[in-house]
Design a protein around this ligand. Structure first.
Ligand code: URA
Length: 300
């Protein structure tokens, strides 16, 4: 153990003993900090959050260098505290912290009109240990009904894209910028874009999901996902196909599946597929000839 770490540990123990000597029996610790305190101080363990593409069982993905994980204390409890945890976090700790975050999101009332209109909070789905994360805009009517992101028509196309990459829907993680469906007062159908205020309010949940999952690559689906992550309203046509970075994590922006469904453009489908091939390359996944050839000969 390093000296600075031991010094810090000793100082923490001294501080707690002083408080105990003064009669204090309890200290307030948020769920996030509790989870972080349980982190093992392991320095070189093969990471367990690598998904192996299902299309090639023999495929191996190169080990990645773990990044430090930053767990922020719940903004409700202690807005000023940031906790830098060990670079490696046990699966169990991660699952506990994610369950606590999910519970917090499910009870969220920060956007009263969305909370009043929603049927379900749509937190996220998939493998929280996955190296690959997809971020969409906001739940639509189907997602609101089922409490799961991307289950409607756009979701079915996204699922196909994920499978064509060689993953399953369960082996990646899927979430949205907004966890509640944007309300459409007086209308029982249709969707609206989240407002910048709604995105700002909800973003801390996604930030903490990303901090916990630590994906190796994020795919941002559509302009609103990019706007939510980066706070910029730059056209997706200009951004897609090039790598960006969100808190040290590579982000590939691409067209939203709803856009592909609307346009049915083979050219745009091919562009999305090229973006996803770049993602596979970044992850070090093997790419078959068949995969390289998709949409080149009109396959759809
Ligand atoms: N569109 C999105 O951006 N997210 C969903 O969950 C569904 C549709």
């Amino acid at each position: 153990m390093s000296e600075p770490y031991e010094d810090l540990l000793e100082a923490a123990i001294r501080h707690l003993e002083e408080r105990k000597a003064k009669g204090r029996k309890f200290v307030h610790v948020s769920m996030d900090k509790l989870a972080a305190l349980r982190l093992p101080l392991v320095r070189s363990v093969r990471p367990s959050n690598i998904a192996t593409p299902v299309h090639s069982p023999a495929a191996t993905v190169p080990a990645f260098s773990p990044k430090p994980i930053l767990i922020k204390a719940s903004p409700v409890n202690s807005p000023d505290i940031e906790f830098v945890a060990s670079p490696l976090i046990s699966r169990e700790t991660k699952e506990t912290a994610m369950a606590a975050l999910r519970a917090e999101a499910l009870a969220c009332l920060k956007c009263p009109q969305l909370a009043a209109a929603r049927k379900n909070v749509v937190f996220g789905v998939g493998d929280i240990h996955s190296p690959l994360m997809f971020v969409g805009e906001a739940p639509g009517a189907d997602e609101d009904q089922q409490g799961e992101p991307f289950v409607g028509a756009a979701g079915q196309l996204l699922t196909k894209m994920i499978q064509t990459m060689g993953f399953t829907r369960q082996s990646v993680y899927i979430a949205n910028i907004l966890k509640c469906r944007p309300d459409t007062p007086g209308q029982s159908f249709g969707n609206r874009k989240p407002t910048p205020e709604e995105m700002r309010t909800c973003l801390p949940y996604l930030l903490r999901q990303i901090e916990l999952i630590r994906p190796r690559v994020i795919v941002a689906l559509g302009a609103t996902a990019v706007e939510g992550l980066f706070g910029k309203t730059v056209g997706i046509t200009r951004l897609r196909g090039t790598w960006h970075e969100f808190q040290n994590t590579p982000v590939m922006p691409t067209y939203h599946p709803s856009y592909l469904l609307r346009t049915q453009s083979l050219t745009d489908k091919r562009k999305v597929w090229e973006d996803l091939l770049a993602v596979l390359e970044k992850l070090g996944c093997p790419i078959s000839e068949k995969q390289r050839g998709y949409f080149l000969r009109g396959t759809s």
